[in-house]
Design a protein around this ligand. Sequence first.
Ligand code: SF4
Length: 421
Amino acid sequence: MSQSLQLHDRTASALDEGVSLYVHVPFCLSKCPYCDFNTYQGIEPQFGDFLTAVLHEITTWSVVLGRPTVNTVFLGGGTPSYLPDGDVARILDTIARNYDVRIDAEITAECNPNDLTPEKCAELRAAGINRVSIGVQSMDNGLLAMLGRRHDADEAAQALERCRRAGFDNVNLDLMYGLPRQSLDQWRDTVARVVALAPEHMSLYSLTLEEGTPLRAWVQQGRLPEPDPDLAADMYDHARATLAAAGYHHYEISNWTLPGLESEHNLTYWRNLQWVGVGPGAHSSLRVGEAGSACRFWTVRSPRDYARLAREWADGTADDGPWPAITEGRIAAVPTVDGSEVSDEATTAAETMFLGLRLLDGMDVAAASARVGIDLLDRYRRELAELAEDGLLVWEKDGRLRLAEGAYLVANQVFTRFLVG
Ligand code: SF4
């Protein structure tokens, strides 16, 4: 087996820091009209094929990467809580048997409130999930209906209560603001009610009308009003003030936590570390080849094609052979991988700045430069000076660089300034 394995030396040593594992679950009971994720309703007959395929991918990546340490696991989607009973346990058992999972690893499952029956909560807990992320979105029943959600506000609160009874002490709630027809009063009420529920973590997302979604079409057709960005900004400011008063630490543009419970898995992305994604359409990032460069690759999006390719891979009948090769700067011969790219120096530099500045405590630019092998201060001398002069970036006394508070809502405009040369 191992003679077919080609793992570049630098990749092998980069893996000493461990990886995060992301498992993409493409099933949803119904498709929400605002969602453009790679998820599907009505494909439940594929549950079994998906499980077989994802277990194969998990096992094989362990062999390819030399059984690395796993720092965090995230079951996302889609709706992992919608998987048949026992599937989450099989996924986590397979990970535990094939990787050195850190004893204190954060292991998250995204869940919909309706799925979180007492039995499902107990099952997830027994399987090894230690962090639950619940898609609440709003505590206004009219807005929940507009969003195509299958729960109401009371059911969302009950879901959290059931998680507590099952022993979960690290729960995230996802909320959305800037919705069509959403008033500031409705948002204030939602924020007050979720704060009263005392989750450990909250992720607040401004609605984006994604291309191709029914919600975008309804707005374009005039069936729903265009969301008002100024009102969305007021909602964000209200949430910031309320959550700060309630003791939540605002640590990333869209994320708040009680002290010490930042999402370890998402920090992997924001710190531009390494992760392996399995499941249809999942993305991975591993450092290969030149210092600082990352090889990004992604699996085929179609759950049916993904399962077929994984089956052929497992059978050894795939055209490209059963074992992947990660060689200098590229990944090859992985049947389920649909594409890959190696970030060049310009991309690596820009990404390091975007991602580092999303964390509101800021970034140590010198340390980040050393990590990626690019002198970021030198590369962005002019941009950094202009952005600081415009009051959008702040240099702290300890040398860290951070977004100014007034720039949180225009962060993307700040980030585009790093897309030079
Ligand atoms: S439940 Fe979540 S992943 Fe599924 S369609 Fe709705 S928003 Fe998308």
